[in-house]
Design a binder for this molecule. Sequence first.
Ligand SMILES: Cc1ncc(COP(=O)(O)O)c(C=O)c1O
Length: 412
Amino acid sequence: MIEYRNNILMCEDIDIRELAEIYESPFYIYSRNDILNKIRFLKDIFSSLNDVLIAYAVKAENNLSILKMMIEEGIGADVVSIGEILKYIKAGGKPHNIVFSGVAKTKEEIKKSIELNIKRFNIESIPEAVRINDIAKELKKRVKCSIRVNPNVDAHTHQKITTGINGNKFGLSIKTIKENAELLKSLDNIEIESLSMHIGSQMTDAEPFYKAILVMKDLIEEIKNMGFNITDIDIGGGYGVRYNRDNLGFDFDKFKTESINLLKEMNLKVTTEPGRYFTAESGALIMRVEYVKEELGRKYIILDGGMNDYIRAAMYDAYNEIYPLVKKENVSNYDFAGPICESSDFFAYNRECSELKEGDYAALLDAGAYGFSMASNYNSRPLISQIMIDKDKHYIIRKKQTFEDMIKDEII
Ligand SMILES: Cc1ncc(COP(=O)(O)O)c(C=O)c1O
């Protein structure tokens, strides 16, 4: 939905240059209809299964307006903190559609989540199972849980976003689950109704999903025989997006023929936790060229947005397309850098792009997931605004922080 039409970069029916005149740069834009299309597409992929909860991984982008539109589409939440739970509820979501993942759930978070009656905890360690059981006992409740399995299947993605192989901090190995089966069964205030997994993010091949679900299938059979009443499976998220426009993104055709058919055979209730897939391609970070700097044969485009606004390139060498708002015939090769005082504050190296000059604007594409939600005030820079676009309309969904907002909690 963010694409060139007649060499002008458009988001839905809006010429992004118009936005750059209205909103203070840098700022994020999101295409509402792109998000809706992605939601409806994924619902369709799962439509042949009987009982499915699509629980959006709130960490990807947690603006209340975006959560609200998802909730209106019947989307649940996969959360990793009480803050995410409260944001989802504030946006109109129901606790019974929330699954709580994450390796370090505190006592306070567990207590509050039980009081709110969330759907389920995805347990990441044996001490966590014991802790949830103890708190549930104090509250005289019996709570539903899933055990997050580390199936030891390589997701073939970046090392820093791989989560389902031995040595990752997430979930429990099959060995640990079996060794602790009796202990888990003895915990009277938790009911283990599900096994869950999340093997990694930004997967493009559907094969690792299938392999991991097969591992889960065998394990479910085994632990059912040990006396667990497993009725659900949570297959996590990780559906990849294009980022590089020469790539294709996640192979949903293969996923449907292999994994969805396997899930159908297993005849369990299914949860999935997409994050990036719903919001990444809908969003872009719009930045102004502050300087064009030439130095020892290199040309640098110095932008007014940096790693504090979008950290993925600096954090794990992520690739994003960078498009000028107007595409011209003359091209040049540039290094794109931000204003932050860190050598890692780069968006791209030696990238071919239409020629840019001071005062032009450029869009960092596919920045709608793990973009604003990972932003910080580093270098005392205020958090920037977020703008939603719906066909030919645009409206602000988060105001830019003022200097006063930024310092209001500090004490002299
Ligand atoms: C437990 C869990 N579920 C879902 C997700 C969402 O992943 P993605 O945004 O790649 O779909 C994550 C991401 O880290 C996760 O840790």
